[in-house]
Design a protein around this ligand. Structure first.
Ligand code: MG
Ligand code: MG
Length: 250
């Protein structure tokens, strides 16, 4: 069942989304060669504590950290660790929190120092596929319009969309209905309505789409070892179209 949010609830989701955006921006500004993802994890948790927000991922299904930190060939759900980031790396940071009973969830892939041309294009295309997916989230449209917009943009550049992980509804729960695949034909699935709140999150590989989960039970990596990027926003569908809740200038 897809839960529609009232105006009051949307107001609380705006607050959650804004906090997520500000914390991700705080982390983004720290990222440079030599920084560890464990440092970023602590920073995110400290900021949550200051704002009396609760990290949404820590303890979720047993996940042990505040952020997911997935470098290079890691797709999603990587564990923060004490290994310093190196010039030329990319690092995907996924972060969510809960405040006043509602969640925000967002992810970004950030280059560390100078990255190669293909990697740069991977980041641009993945980000653009998210923007196009969001633009397709129009009241009166259908859920798979989002999926189709993402896949079309990704494959235009001959990158591949990860199938095993999907976007999701969000609200009082981190993961609500519906699931939002990043691939598929348009004009299928539930009708999009004002009051729906969705986390749209393309995961895009340079090489083959196949992924596997490592022995820690969480870290998803590409099977071919090539790089992967992940961008995510929490949005609300309004009468006027999509509103991005986890954008900084919101
Ligand atoms: Mg996320
Ligand atoms: Mg998500």
């Amino acid at each position: 069942m897809i839960v529609l949010k009232s105006q009051d609830e949307l107001g609380r989701m705006r607050k959650a989304g804004r906090m997520v955006a500000e914390i991700l921006e705080l982390l983004r500004r720290k990222i440079q060669p030599g920084v560890t993802t464990l440092e970023l994890d602590r920073l995110a948790e400290e900021q949550c504590n200051k704002w009396k927000a609760r990290p949404a991922f820590k303890g979720y299904g047993g996940f042990p950290f505040t952020i997911c930190a997935s470098p290079n060939e890691q797709v999603v759900h990587g564990f923060p660790n004490s290994q310093p980031l190196v010039d030329g790396d990319i690092i995907s940071i996924d972060f969510g929190l809960i405040i006043d009973g509602f969640h925000g969830d967002s992810a970004v892939t950030i280059p560390v120092g100078d990255v190669d041309e293909t990697t740069r294009r991977l980041l641009d295309v993945t980000k653009e596929s998210l923007e196009l997916g969001i633009a397709a989230a129009q009241p009166g449209g259908r859920l798979s319009d989002i999926s189709h917009a993402v896949q079309t943009r990704v494959e235009l550049d001959h990158f591949s969309v990860v199938r095993e992980f999907v976007g999701h509804g969000i609200g009082r729960q981190l993961h609500e209905d519906p699931q939002i695949p990043n691939y598929g034909s348009p004009a299928r699935g539930p009708k999009l309505k004002p009051g729906m709140t969705l986390a749209i999150e393309p995961m895009v590989n340079i090489g083959a789409p196949a992924v596997k989960v490592l022995e820690d039970g969480w870290t998803a990596v590409t099977i071919d070892g090539r790089r992967s990027a992940h961008f995510e926003h929490t949005i609300a569908i309004t009468e006027d179209g999509p509103e991005i809740l986890t954008r900084l200038d919101h």
